[in-house]
Each structure stands twice: as C-alpha cells, then as structure tokens.
Design a protein around this ligand. Structure first.
Ligand code: PLP
Length: 276
C-alpha cells in the first residue's frame, strides 16, 4: 500500500502527473525514516527537519505533523512492516511547466514502505571510499529532491569499485553521497559543523550524543582530506547505513585498516537505542 495525495492506494493507482513539479524541477522535499520493530526511529527529529526544509523552500505541508505521523503509522500497519524504511516526499504540486511558484497549487504527498533491511555485513565489515570534489549547491542542509550530484557521486564510487565517496570542497571534507562522515584522532571525534554545507543527519545527532555520553571529546569543526587520511578511525552515519566503518580511502588504510574500537563501541551503543 502507498499513500498518495490524500489516500491509501495500491502502487498501480499512484497516478503521477507529468506536471508534477517534482519531475520538472526537483521541486520537492523528502525524508527517509528507519523502521525498527514496527516503529519509526527518531520520528520527531525527522519531522522537525522536514518542517524546516519545507519552510526554507516555501512548500506548505499538506497535513499537520501529527496527521503525517498518523499516516506513516497506518502505512506501517497496512504493510505489516517490522524492519525497513518509510520514504515520504512532498512536491510543490502540479502545474504547467514554468519556473515561478504556481498561484494555486496543492502540495502532493507520496509515502511508501520498503523492506530494506539493516546492512549488517557492511556495518560489521566496513566499506571503502574515494574522495571526490563536492559540486553541490550551497544549501546542502535542505533535504530536497535535487539529488543528481549525489547520484553522480555514488556512481563514481561504484565505478571505482568502492562503496562510498567522501565529498570535499577545496580539500575540506563535508560529508558523503547519502551519509555524514566522522573521524577519530587521538580519541577526539571530528565531524563537519552542521551548517549549510551538509545535511544535518538525524543519525549524526544521535551518534554525537552517544559519543558525549562515552566521554569522547566531540569537535564539530572542518578538517581536510589529508587529516582524514591520517585519522585513527573513520565511519559514516545515516538512517539506512547506521554507523558503518570506512576501512580505506583512495586506497589508503585508515588506522589499522579495520573497524576501530571507538567505532565499534559507538555501534553497539547505537544498537541499544533501538533494541527492544
Ligand atoms: N547526508 C546526506 C547527503 C544524506 O542524503 C543523508 C541521508 O540520506 C545523510 C547525510 C544522513 O542523514 P540521516 O542520518 O538523517 O539519514
């Protein structure tokens, strides 16, 4: 079952219009929620980010946050989902193609569940990455549908035989194609500040809280790709990847080239945040 416009429908009845501004302009916003044990993880934080993005791009949410939460709960129930994700997007609406906001337009909500499971193997074994220039716009804090640079970056990683890209602006590390990046050096956790150059990840926030509770010093400050290559540990955080270790970047081992002890301890603390 999907939710489309204002009701639950089968996938074949999601009758998208070619005039949906999501197609023409990527004029829409989205969230991906993780479902553990049939429940949405960090729902309030995701909804808050959705609200913020909506207000920044001036899309009026079609329902209240409470109503959207109820829709997502019903979706999970109707689909009998125990572990997976919920995807929700809201486009500005349908109108003949023209750049200005249409005068009369109704935002369109689309939401559905997937059975995408936790990537246990990579969470455990880690991934490799390459560095790549971050060519995105200057509002990476907004979770909008304009993901072409992220798609290109991810494909560049796969073309290089690795799983992820570490994006940088003139040598300053920002984040990855669909996750935030953290590094550990001398027991200090470094990650890019939550400004306009990165998405303010919900998982990032959870992991930073966990790090502080483990008395790990957290420094939200920019660092370079050179500093990253000299880190003791590095890992990515994201709703679907959780906290995944990075073993090698540009063919160079990070630390020992195996998931590090702080990464491991943050992983087990993270698991406790959703375990029954
Ligand atoms: N950065 C980017 C570019 C992303 O697309 C995502 C998630 O999709 C993240 C970071 C991680 O954010 P979150 O932890 O909220 O999933």
């Amino acid at each position: 079952m999907y939710f489309f416009k204002n009701k639950f429908v089968n996938k074949k009845d999601v009758l998208l219009s070619p005039d949906d501004r999501g197609y023409y302009f990527g004029d829409g916003i989205y969230e991906v929620f993780r479902v553990y044990n049939g429940k949405i993880y960090e729902q309030a934080a995701h909804m808050q980010r959705l609200q913020r993005t909506a207000s920044e791009v001036r899309i009026e949410l079609p329902f209240t946050i409470e109503k959207m939460g109820h829709i997502l709960t019903q979706l999970i129930e109707k689909n009998g989902l125990n572990e997976g994700t919920v995807y929700m997007q809201i486009t500005r609406g349908e109108a003949p193609r023209a750049h200005p906001f249409p005068a009369q337009v109704e935002p369109i909500l689309l939401a559905y569940c997937t059975e995408v499971r936790r990537p246990i193997a990579t969470i455990h074994n880690g991934i490799n990455a390459i560095t790549l220039e971050d060519i995105r716009w200057l509002r990476c804090d907004l979770k909008t549908l304009n993901l072409l640079p992220n798609v290109m970056a991810k494909q560049a990683a796969l073309d290089h035989g690795v799983q992820e890209v570490v994006l940088h602006r003139n040598g300053t590390v920002t984040e990855c194609s669909a996750s935030n990046l953290m590094m550990i050096k001398d027991r200090v956790l470094y990650t890019h500040p939550a400004n306009h150059l990165i998405l303010h990840g919900i998982t990032r926030a959870v992991v930073l809280r966990l790090a502080l509770s483990q008395e790990i010093t957290v420094k939200e400050e920019p660092f370079t790709t050179e500093q990253l290559l000299l880190a003791d540990e590095a890992f990515i955080t994201g709703t679907t990847v959780e906290n995944t270790p990075i073993l090698q970047i540009d063919g160079k081992a990070i630390g020992t080239g195996a998931p590090g002890p702080i990464t491991r301890s943050l992983q087990s603390e993270f698991e406790r945040t959703f375990a029954q």
